[in-house]
Design a protein around this ligand. Structure first.
Ligand SMILES: [Zn+2]
Length: 290
């Protein structure tokens, strides 16, 4: 497996490193996040990104899969992971199997995501050859070999990993997830179920709607007042910063949070974007203990 810095070997990936913007709420909406690296691009048959900090942990495998390298035809071209968007099931099945193979996963678990705050805890008893989609927006496990998958097209995936207790969570977090603070709920639950300490956690916020494209004309109706701090100009919000700030408030060290800084709506060459494309596919972020 060859891992290279993004932008060096692929023309389509230039400019990505310029998109990195993630800020905190403690008066610092202009302060760049501490020690926030770019993603790495992994040059296998199927192409996917990895977070540099998370990649250093031998107990964790993960990938942010681009839309490239799959079977699906337009408008789902090509590595679409969702069967509910209108794509052919046989194509989705093949795509999922490629993802599974790429990570060497024994079990790939999907969610039926609803922008809620339900958290599924996966124990050993969950291990079966066919695993039904969980009704949830977050999954947590300490069982190696279970690949937790989040499907996205503008929403964030957030991976939270505890290298001490060896527990991993993968969370689907759109703006509704931010409003309901699902990230805090997962961190609290990890503490309760697995004794995880927030200060040990490593977190990564994936490619998703960036501040450049996060326009919410009805924000006064849908957002709490506290989000106004993250309004970078009229009606535009920095959702990446909101997620980072919510995790920091839950006790995660700022230096332990990575943010991809890639806007899905700006980069439909790499990712699916609901806002940018309407009828389209869903790309995947997967995390698995090994
Ligand atoms: Zn954008």
């Amino acid at each position: 497996m060859v891992t290279v810095q993004i932008g060096m070997h692929d023309q389509g990936l230039q400019n990505i490193s310029h998109h990195v913007i993630c800020r905190f709420s403690d008066n610092s909406s202009k302060t760049p996040m501490v020690n926030m690296p770019d993603l790495l691009w992994t040059n296998t048959g199927i192409r996917y990104f990895r977070y540099p900090r998370l990649s250093k942990n031998k107990n964790l495998k993960h990938g942010v899969f681009t839309r490239r390298g799959g079977e699906s035809a337009s408008p789902f071209q090509s590595l679409n992971t969702s069967i509910s968007v209108g794509d052919l099931p046989k194509h989705v099945t093949e795509n999922l199997s490629r993802i599974k193979k790429t990570l060497g996963a024994k079990h790939l678990v999907l969610m039926s995501q609803s922008h809620g705050t339900k958290i599924a805890i996966l124990e050993k008893s969950c291990l079966k050859d066919t695993m039904p989609a969980r009704e949830a927006d977050a999954m947590v496990t300490r069982v190696p070999g279970i690949a937790l998958m989040v499907q996205q097209a503008d929403c964030q995936s957030v991976i939270i990993f505890d290298p001490v207790k060896k527990v991993v969570a993968n969370i689907h977090c759109g703006w509704r997830g931010n409003v309901r603070n699902i990230l805090d709920k997962v961190i609290v639950r990890m503490g309760r179920e697995f004794d995880c300490r927030a200060k040990d956690l490593l977190a990564a916020v994936g490619p998703s709607l960036g501040p450049c494209c996060s326009e919410f004309l009805d924000h006064q109706q849908i957002f709490p007042k506290s989000f106004e701090h993250f309004m970078i100009h009229k009606d535009y919000f920095d959702l990446w910063a909101i997620s980072c700030s919510q995790m920091a408030a839950a006790g995660v060290s700022e230096k332990n949070i990575e943010c991809a800084g890639i806007c899905t709506r700006c980069r439909t060459d790499l990712f699916f974007s609901y806002r940018g494309e309407g009828k389209t596919g869903r790309f995947a972020t997967v995390a698995m203990l090994v």
